[in-house]
Write a protein that binds this ligand. Structure first.
Ligand SMILES: [Zn+2]
Length: 358
């Protein structure tokens, strides 16, 4: 699982990780470059190299780097000066060779295997001690070692916990005792309302990002600054929204209309429809009086109420958080709301997003 990591590192260019690389778990690896990035910068090497040198110089003058980041910067600066093979006098440094080879791969849509075969051949053809990279990954790491770091985190098979922080070295889940390395052979379900378990690393980062922020380096101004970020919105379909918010499916399950939702169950297609949209029209609107053109009835009802954040919070505040195995053991399967009097029964959990301070 890719996790957003907030750390004061910078990236020369964004991109996707190659499928070729398989890394051990919980190991930080550099992000690398997309084919489009490579094509774009390949012909422009001299300009890019100048910028790169300047950025490396600036960044090395900044004191906020971790030892690992500093080592990466040093490697970048060295690779810019290292000849491709002993005695190579031309423009081909280790860094430039990696860049040109990757550009060739991108332009001609070479597969990783084909590219690796080319690298093997070139390494064999050139003088001993040459700096031809062993793999696509190594070539990309040469030109962009400071990507955003990606951390791989194991999750319990039953979605109870992530093996991180306090549980980083556990070999079994402390909640359901399932072995950490037990693999799913059913392909796995969606986590449903247990999505919160997977949102935990993101929420932990967001809780730092808004009130405190993190120190990052501005390569243009050549100075560190405090970066702040917040979760502005989430975009889901209705079932996905139910997983995130914990709202139950049922007759009152439209996320905005809540208690005032009007639905119609279609027996044959086994689907629920949201109806009575004429409620949103002004009282005097002609459509409200029409019968034949709609469902055979006049519409006299008012528009649904606006339910405030405080109202929803009051419904979920004392509910438990999601805790794995679809959180069914204590929360149970909530009844559809036609049987429910208490609006709280329309929610299965208190979503992890309520932890955010805004
Ligand atoms: Zn578990």
């Amino acid at each position: 699982m890719a996790v957003l990591c907030i750390s004061p590192c910078w990236s020369l260019l964004p991109g996707q990780k190659d499928e070729e690389e398989v890394h051990s778990d919980n190991q930080a690896v550099g992000n690398d470059l997309s084919d489009d990035d490579l094509i774009q910068i390949g012909d422009n090497y001299v300009h890019v190299a100048d910028q790169l040198e300047e950025m490396v110089r600036d960044a090395m003058g900044y004191n906020g780097h971790t030892i690992l980041e500093f080592e990466k910067l040093k490697k970048l600066a060295t690779d810019m000066k290292t000849p491709l093979y002993p005695g190579c006098k031309g423009k081909y440094t280790k860094l430039f060779a990696s860049l040109k080879l990757l550009q060739l791969k991108a332009t001609h849509h070479m597969t990783d295997w084909g590219f690796k075969a080319l690298l093997d051949l070139l390494r064999d053809m050139l003088l001993e001690g040459n700096e031809i990279p062993m793999t696509t990954y190594e070539a990309k790491q040469n030109i962009c070692p400071l990507g955003l770091e990606v951390e791989k985190i194991h999750a319990c098979k039953n979605d109870c916990i992530l093996f991180r922080g306090y549980h980083a070295n556990d070999t079994e889940c402390p909640k359901c005792q399932t072995a950490r390395y037990k693999r799913r052979n059913d392909g796995g379900d969606e986590p449903g309302i247990d999505i919160d378990v997977y949102l935990r690393p993101l929420v932990d980062d967001l809780k730092i990002l808004w009130p405190e922020g993190v120190q990052v380096y501005d390569a243009y101004k050549r100075a560190p600054f405090t970066l702040r970020g917040l979760l502005f919105t989430t975009i889901t379909d209705i079932p996905g929204g139910h997983s995130v918010s914990g709202q139950c499916k049922g007759e009152k399950d439209y996320p905005l209309c809540l208690d005032d939702t009007e639905t119609l169950w279609l027996n044959n297609s086994k689907k629920q429809m949201y109806v009575c949209h004429r409620r949103f029209l002004p009282d005097s609107h002609a459509y409200r009086q029409m019968k034949r053109q709609f469902d055979g009835m006049r519409e006299l009802a008012k528009a649904p109420r606006h339910f405030s954040v405080a109202y929803v919070y009051s419904q979920v505040n004392d509910l438990p958080n999601a805790h794995g195995q679809k959180s069914t053991t204590t929360l149970g399967k909530r009844k559809r709301d036609k049987e429910a009097v208490d609006p709280k029964i329309r929610w299965k959990k208190k979503s992890i997003l309520w932890e955010l301070p805004y």
